[in-house]
Design a protein around this ligand. Structure first.
Ligand code: CP3
Length: 348
């Protein structure tokens, strides 16, 4: 399928380094459980993975938030753990508990993963993208995504979410060479996956490194910066023009190095990053973020004040308004409407 780029997209303008006020806005996890229409579709399938694997339904939930709010981008509905699933690992999403994977504990388990079935396993995502792009207004781009190799590896080795990523960090300390194989496999399969998302119609990409913050300096370089740099290189070798947003959640002061060394086009900042610091990063590249998702749950004057401060500090330079992490299921819909009005300069 050939790709016609949205010509007049405020997101793509920001990603190319042009300031524009009001800034574009989209929200991480903008499709999800805070929307009753999402819960309704979710109720039609037995499992969350089935939703990701059914293009008609995945396209529908991708489009739902755009019907309610004038967001400046859609993000394809899938999950970062679709890659371990495509590599043959057992992945399940347990209601109320989050993802559960059969942990990859040693070199033998890593050697058992393979790329031979990935094209088939990921085909529904590409089909979803085609359906979404056909339905989106021409000036609204679709964002494709993957998890960063490090973050995906944490789920693969831990067997799910974890507080400190202790098992995976120990694995990487004790047997760096074997862990490197896993990271390399993730770099290669994620690069193919991102390239194919763009070929199907995505106009920008985001790499989610949700657990970047659990690594000390040397390991941050080894498992976060180097694999992300390689991933970006592989994608850009095929698609030099595609803008890529990196989101190294929790990276703190290391975010500056991440931005400099990975060749990403924009950096997503989490809630803990001071806006003054983001303003400094903006001298280097466009920034995205970083409203506290809990403030969107709380609403009220605190929300108004914070949104005002973010816009005032960052709005005159290349900036994409977003949350500092995914939207929470308990978020009231009217607070999202309020946020959109505030960012777009409308009184409500
Ligand atoms: O709207 C969008 O942003 C697109 C869809 C999207 C999902 N997950 C859908 C989802 C995206 C971009 C993700 C990314 C993702 N998935 C990350 C990176 C961002 C982050 O939050 O740090 C991570 C770490 C995952 C792994 C994952 N998937 C977890 C830990 C969970 C369970 C926690 C939870 O919120 O339930 C999921 C499940 C998941 N992925 C849901 C959704 C809408 C909820 C499951 C459901 O609806 O039944």
């Amino acid at each position: 399928m050939s790709r016609t780029l949205p010509l007049d997209s405020s997101l793509l303008k920001a990603l190319s380094g042009q300031p524009n006020f009001p800034p574009p806005i989209w929200l991480m996890r903008q499709a999800g459980r805070y929307l009753p229409e999402y819960r309704e579709v979710r109720g039609k399938v037995a499992s969350f993975l089935d939703l990701c694997r059914t293009p008609g339904l995945a396209a529908e939930v991708t489009l739902q938030p755009l019907r309610r709010f004038d967001l400046d981008a859609a993000i394809v509905f899938s999950d970062i753990l679709i890659i371990p699933y495509a590599l043959g690992q057992k992945v399940e999403f347990v209601e109320g508990e989050g993802p559960k994977l059969e942990p990859v504990k040693d070199g033998k388990a890593i050697a058992g993963l393979n790329k031979s079935n990935t094209a088939k396993a990921l085909a529904p995502v590409y089909e979803t993208i085609e359906l979404v792009v056909a339905a989106l207004p021409k000036n609204v781009p679709l964002i494709g995504f993957c998890g960063a190799p490090w973050t995906v590896a944490t789920y693969m080795v831990e067997g799910g979410g974890s507080k400190e990523q202790a098992a995976v960090r120990l694995f990487a300390y004790r047997d760096q060479a074997t862990f490197q194989h896993l990271i390399d496999l993730l770099v290669e399969s994620s690069a193919d996956y991102l390239v194919n998302q763009v070929k199907a119609g995505a106009s920008a990409l985001q790499i989610f490194d949700s657990w970047a913050g659990s690594l000390p300096e040397d390991e941050f370089e080894r498992w976060c910066i180097t694999p992300t740099k390689r991933l970006v290189e592989l994608v850009k070798a095929e698609l030099p023009e595609i803008p890529i947003i990196g989101f190294p959640r929790g990276a703190g002061v290391l975010a500056e190095r991440y931005a400099r060394e990975t060749d990403i086009d924009a950096i997503g900042c989490d809630t803990s990053m001071p806006v003054g610091w983001m303003r400094r990063l903006q001298e280097q590249l466009p920034v995205q973020g970083n409203l506290d998702p809990l403030l969107l749950v709380a609403g009220g004057e605190a929300l108004d004040v914070r949104v005002g401060a973010i816009l005032e500090t960052l709005g005159q330079q290349p900036f994409i308004f977003n949350l500092g992490h995914g939207i929470l299921p308990e978020t009231p819909i009217e607070h999202v409407t309020r946020l959109l009005n505030l960012v777009k300069g409308r009184s409500s």
